[in-house]
Design a protein around this ligand. Sequence first.
Ligand code: FAD
Length: 394
Amino acid sequence: HGNHVVVVGGGYGGAVAAKYIRMADPTVKVTLIEQNEYYYSCPLSNPVIIGIRDMEVQKWGYDGLKKHGIDVVIDTVTGIDAGSKTVTTKGGKFKYTKLVLSPGVEFNYAAIPGLTKEIAHTSMPHAWKAGPQTLLLRDKLAAMKDGEPFVMVAPPNPFRCPPGPYERASLVAHYLKKHKPKSKVIILDPKDKFSKMGLFRGGWKELGYEPNYIEWIPAAEGGKVTKVDAATGTVYTDMGEYKSSCINIIPPMTAGSIAVASGLTDKSGWCPVDLKTFESTLAKDVYVIGDSSAAAGLPKSGYAANSEAKVAAAAVVAALQGKPAPMPSYVNTCYSLLAPDYGISVALVSVFEDGKITKKSGGLSPSTASKAHRKQEAFYAESWYQSIMADTFA
Ligand code: FAD
């Protein structure tokens, strides 16, 4: 019937939206445009940084999606015109009936004086998009001298993967304890609390990380960074300066640059959407899912992106069939590893109620649990990864 859905971004959000639209209605032509030939998963990339996981198991391709009849185009989207309903790429133009956008995040380097994109790619990596920077940070950690600190600058809210910096700090502490016992992780944080904080800090004590291998400096104690100097490898705060050959700066974030450039963001830097369908409130027939969307009530996680993709896919197919959007529910679980055999999690199930994403159920791992329980959750983290990657790419 001539309907054409274009999906931009083949990650946790976009790949799933493309697949579920085809599964719901195989008569709809779906084109997925992704700039990279291979996708590297951020979830479980922190173990890669400490050398206990191979980057190859983070790597996924698009052949599985082609089997669902999706046209996969490897190209970079350079423009979106919601008026003429056209997506422009480096290599061509695509007319759409509906557009689904899941371009992930962009970094606001300029928010930290002294930091640039160039510096992030060479000397002070964020490793907050899995790929070359993950390996750069891994190599820097391996080369770091025993006694030097691993300096992490944590981002302000909201950001991709709220527990992620603290999972990374935990695993680096695990590595330092074994390989560089005179070193410690220093987390410079512009916040005074963080996701699963009680569970993390309880685990840090239990595993012997805090205070010897992790020092968390919140905003109230001077954690906010004022500038960095890449030439000398120094991070400055109001309270002091931190020097290292291994500095991990995770800058403040916004919606993906194509969403910003296309006028789909508001002053928050994220894309406002109707939470029942994920259709943009700024552009008709454009749906924004994943980290780029301002989805109050859901974290910026891969699992949330997956859930939002299914909500948007159902809404898109319903609209194309002239039906009302179904009533959605949303789900998220985030596992974090504090050591290879020590996992914790947070989970929620929500519904659309009173115009909002409203939590109905959920919770955290127990604050006290046996070693066997924590080990079981570490096992669940891996099985979650295998399941969601099969859902995304197979
Ligand atoms: P992405 O997965 O980043 O996909 C965006 C895609 O769009 C990319 O492939 C990109 O190349 C493409 N793209 C962007 N712009 C363009 C363009 N102009 N043209 C063409 N293509 C474009 N989440 C969890 O649920 N569980 C975890 O355990 C977890 N751990 C994490 C650990 C770390 C260290 C980090 C950094 C993140 C973690 N996350 C986790 C979060 C998760 O990675 C993100 O929330 C998720 O990737 C968001 O999906 P997305 O589709 O919005 O963006």
